[in-house]
Design a protein around this ligand. Sequence first.
Ligand SMILES: [Ca+2]
Ligand SMILES: [Ca+2]
Length: 222
Amino acid sequence: MRKALMMLGLVVTASVFTCLGFCQFTLIFVDPPIITTSSYEEFTVSIKVADVVDLMAWEISMSFNLAAVECVSIEEGPFLKQYWDTHFEFVIDNTAGKIVAFSTLTWPAWTGMNGSGTLAKVTFRCLGPADTHLHFYDSTLLKYSDQTSIPHGTIDGYVRYVILGDLNDDGMVNISDLVVFAEAFGSHQTHSRWNPNADLDNNGIVNIIDGVKIAKNFGKTS
Ligand SMILES: [Ca+2]
Ligand SMILES: [Ca+2]
């Protein structure tokens, strides 16, 4: 049920869903679309564009729940600047729960950029026991050829808070999580017993360090 609600939360704000069949559809989206995190962890998401043609400039405005996360940094992705020099700006407003980022090709770029890629990388820090959408409340893509807007849709991201050590996602850290941990103990990313939920420090192996983190939160509930 919870996951179903999360998927409902991935709000698609597409203004051109009249495009049916095989035509291309330009999208701005968050990758990964769902992030699971715990208090004070930092995580980075990519803001990506898909199937754009003749892109000269982009701007995105994103909002988030102040109780859940704060923005730490924003850096430009390679999509435009791999082709030509760009002018990149951003604003982080952690008191309003908003960020704005903008980039444009600089003169004399000869054409716009086509294809798919990363516009920006945004790092957040989890603040506490709350979930949040990473919501695109405004976005613009401009064409090189005539500086008109490129129709596109957006897909928000979603950040889900879990208690560190709640490996089976049932809202409590107890013996069931230790069982999950034991099953994955000693495994790595290509191992048949690998379970990324048990790798609490994200170092690619499930070992005693992950076990200590579970032990520290043993008995906690959400
Ligand atoms: Ca649990
Ligand atoms: Ca680990």
